[in-house]
Design a binder for this molecule. Structure first.
Ligand SMILES: [Zn+2]
Length: 101
């Protein structure tokens, strides 16, 4: 059983991936966290590699980001299997930026 370190959902290993906290250049030495594919995807849709490297390079700083908090509040009640349509990569406007009730 794997557990997402962002949203806390648990499930089979096939839903999970390692997120490198320091993207690109620091990849070989970057610490990693386990996240599900949806959370791993949204991290890279909400933030550029530069933002991730400079501001969100720890689990604590990621969890402290308002965008991530809105995302986690929304996605944590949904099943891992479910496909969630999101904006194409590189777009700054994603589901986590919409008002979620
Ligand atoms: Zn997650």
């Amino acid at each position: 059983m794997f557990r997402c370190q962002l949203c806390g959902r648990t499930g089979d290993k096939r839903f999970f991936e390692r997120h490198h906290l320091i993207p690109a250049s620091g990849r070989k030495t970057s610490p990693t966290i386990w996240v599900d594919y949806q959370c791993g995807d949204i991290i890279h849709r909400l933030f550029t590699n530069r933002e991730l490297k400079q501001r969100y390079n720890t689990l604590e700083s990621l969890l402290g980001a308002p965008e991530i908090q809105r995302w986690v509040a929304w996605v944590s009640r949904r099943p891992l299997e479910r496909h969630i349509p999101m904006t194409p990569p590189g777009r700054k406007i994603g589901i986590a930026r919409r008002k979620i009730s």
